[in-house]
Write a protein that binds this ligand. Sequence first.
Ligand code: UGA
Length: 411
Amino acid sequence: MVQGENMNIGVVGMGFVGSVTAAVLADQGNSVVALDIDSEKIARFNSGNVPIFEPGLRDLILKNKKNLKFTTDYEMLKDSDVIFVSVPTPNLKGKINLEYVYMAIDSVKSVNKDAIIVIKSTVVPGTGSKIKGEFNVKIVSNPEFLREGNAIDDTVHPDRIIVGGEEEYAEKVANIWKFTDSPILITTTENAELIKYASNSFLATKISFINEIANLCERIPNSDVEIVAKGMGYDKRIGRLFLKAGIGYGGSCFPKDTEAFITYADELGEELKIIRAAKKTNEERIDRVIGILKRKFGKIDGLRVLQLGISFKENTNDLRESQALKLYRSLVKQGADVTVFDPVTSVEGINFCENLGDCLSDADVIVIATEWPEFKKIENMNIKVPLIDGRRILDPEKFEKYIGIGRCCSD
Ligand code: UGA
């Protein structure tokens, strides 16, 4: 196949990864059938009321209406040359649950025995080979590295494309991604699967590493983790990205993947000590923030907190494993009276404030929990109460009582 040749492509699982993959590949001129078993979700994709908040996704879907079909019917995949599987792989008691992947492969095989099936879902090493043996299908591993909130750009301009599997099939899948002009590594399915876990675990470790340095900075006069990270980041071997200290990492990937990787390695008799430590450090982040509040106010009970941000990071409404949501719950559990402002998310049972300006006056303290750029606005709002910058996005000089994570010794 030559580069640029359009193909019939199927995508199973319309989460972030699946819907973005489908939209981007349709935009490249391929005929794409996008499938999910959730009929409500599919109805929303079909009506243009896209059920996923991801910048640019709705427009890309509408632009490619002609060659992007959403369905719940596996029969529609019978003519697909290549079928991407991007269904969830949640953890069950700390261990990866591959049930949805197996169900999807089984359903694909029942309508199309010849297609190359590409596993995009994050799966533990050995899964691709196992499925190939059990189902007798053409399997390729093509892990995903997109970030929510930046998903389209990450898919069109990824740092690298990893494709694992038998050369003939892997080459075909690699060809689909040639338009990205990114480096393509073709390897075994096991290596591809490992690259995904090792990458996510490394990034999670990088965040926990800087968060530990932040803890230290809080005790050293005249120190600030932001400057330390900046100074470290100039070293190309270290790099400046993912060295942002804060209230910890969340989302549907880092917490789940690190845990599943640790369990997987344990079963092989290898302890992943560094990743285990990164996980522990992350789990302690919420208590660090609570500790700052306790030192400042003596107790949490009755404290009126305005929390800015509830999603797991900026530019998304995703609450999965959100540290901001964990912080909210912990504060409420300890008796705080918490109001939340978030630019796009609202959750039933949580007291949300619609307009940031309106809720400032009722708070004893403001806590930044998510890195939304628009929170910068409060720099000009003449805030008098203490402000805890849990994501280090604000200029300390703009506040009377600024307390920053990793900054000595403001609390
Ligand atoms: C992550 C990876 O970055 C993607 O490469 C990968 O494809 C994806 O998981 C996945 O496995 O599907 P994502 O979870 O969308 O992407 O979000 P990130 O931007 O990586 O952020 C994860 C968490 O780390 C967020 O809670 C964020 O606030 C936190 N973070 C990130 C920090 O606390 N500090 C940083 O310097 C960077």
